[in-house]
Design a protein around this ligand. Structure first.
Ligand code: IMP
Length: 424
């Protein structure tokens, strides 16, 4: 029997806690593959008292029996990749070179892409996207413009290709008047990263994945960012530059749609967003600050404060539709333990109009809420759903009724075992 590709997708604005869940799922899959994004992601995994933040490396890397693949839809910064991989090697994960394969078709983030990212943001002024500054947008732009450098290029005429693209970028930076930078030390480290990457298996990952599926292996496609940051379906232009939704799994790994099995949509019991852009449920008061503090909602990559708000069913319904989510995963439920009342955004309103569907532009729309009682009890020690406080069970049922998809997994704390699997 052929294996399937299950997808684990953040379905809001990213930072849903994919790292923890994918690590928890890993033993069930022979392969974990990243299909989009790059070091703008920060997947935090905590176990046995250690905390790791993975940016480009798939979260299956901690399991000795799992093959990890960085797919063609990803963008990779050799220097950051080297730092990340060396940290793992130094922590005792010495076999990562055998267990991590990189698609030759993935694109390289150059140091000058990061400068361009900064330059474009500076030009936009108050309309800036609030990017992570990792060069994501400029790298995907070069890919679409058919001038980018790919991982495979580091094995073939690299110096010349690199010099050509770098010169092109420097010309653009000059034209933008962005000249106050020193590339030399960053570039030296980046070139060291290129050298380091050459020691990894740089493969035709699409052939590899399809062969593994034919052999009956199962694959977990690990999403990065969230559906509302998708280049097509997100809150454009305040989005990332890749396909973070289910279509990106097919194009970013080179697999056909009929290979897709289950689609796990991951969200938090409340909402957060980093960077600029409309966010109808955003709280600007002490409640927002309280959620941020209790949920440690500070960016894993940039350290920025995350904007916080109540759960948003308009956004969730939209993402479930786009992705064909079959199973939901709710994270950080314990963060809401102490609240007397919990609010659920069921619709948006603007100028006398009410909508339950995602508008073309969510700017200016205000959230419409239903209030439900809080559970006022600690969830983190619970391991069985029959022990849930009644108000928490009601919260779950309410969400399932509204979203028409079962919540299969509930996380009640950061550690691996603070996770409850609900029966099918
Ligand atoms: P970029 O991906 O660095 O270009 O950033 C574009 C937008 O996506 C910004 O608002 C970022 O804050 C946001 N973003 C990018 N990656 C992540 C992520 O992994 N989690 C949450 N937000 C992200």
């Amino acid at each position: 029997m052929n294996g399937k590709v299950d997808a684990l997708l953040g379905i809001v604005f990213g930072d849903e806690g994919k790292g923890k869940v994918v690590d928890f799922f890993t033993p069930r899959y022979g392969v974990v593959a990243r299909f989009a994004g790059g070091p703008n992601a920060g997947h935090t995994i905590i176990f046995d008292g250690h905390k790791f933040v993975l940016r480009s490396i798939p979260s299956g890397i901690f399991n000795e029996n799992t093959l990890n693949i960085i797919g063609n839809g990803c963008v990779l910064a050799p220097d950051l990749f080297m730092d990340e991989a060396l940290e793992l090697e130094n922590a005792g994960y010495t076999s990562i070179r055998e267990r991590l394969h990189i698609s030759r078709r993935a694109h390289l983030i150059l140091p000058t892409h990061r400068l361009l990212d900064r330059a474009y943001e500076a030009m936009k002024g108050k309309d800036k996207v609030g990017t992570t500054g990792k060069g994501i947008g400029p790298t995907y732009s070069d890919k679409a413009a058919r001038v980018g450098l790919r991982v495979g290029d580091i094995l073939d005429g690299f110096e010349e290709k690199y010099a050509r693209l770098k010169a092109r970028h420097e010309q653009t930076l000059h034209d933008l008047g962005f000249t106050d930078y020193d590339l030399s030390s960053v570039e030296a480290h980046w070139l060291e990263g290129v050298e380091y990457m050459r020691r990894f298996q740089l493969t035709d990952a699409e052939n590899e994945i399809n062969t593994l599926l034919d052999e009956g292996k199962s694959v977990l496609a690990e999403g990065a960012q969230g559906s509302l940051l998708d280049i097509d379906h997100g809150t454009y232009p305040f989005v990332s530059s890749s396909s973070t939704t289910i279509g990106g799994v097919c194009t970013g790994l080179g697999i056909a749609p009929q290979r897709i099995g289950r689609v796990f949509g991951i969200f938090k019991a409340y909402s957060t967003r980093v960077g600029s852009g409309p966010f109808p449920v955003e709280l600007f008061d002490a409640t927002g600050d309280r959620i941020r503090e209790l949920g440690h909602e500070y960016g894993a990559v940039t350290g920025r404060n995350r904007r916080c708000g109540w759960i948003d069913l308009v956004a969730l319904r939209y993402a479930i539709m786009i992705n064909g989510v079959t199973d939901l995963v709710m994270m950080k439920s314990d963060v809401l333990d102490g609240f007397d009342t919990i609010r659920i955004c069921t619709a948006y309103q603007k100028d006398g109009m009410l909508t339950r569907e995602m508008p073309y532009n969510t700017e200016g729309w205000a959230a419409v809420y239903d209030d439900v009682p809080g559970w006022k009890a600690p969830l983190s020690s619970i391991r069985d759903e029959k022990d849930f406080p009644p108000a928490f069970s009601s919260y779950i049922s309410r969400l399932e009724n509204e979203l028409c998809v079962p919540i299969r997994i509930i996380s009640v704390g950061p550690d691996r075992d603070e996770t409850i699997i609900r029966s099918e």
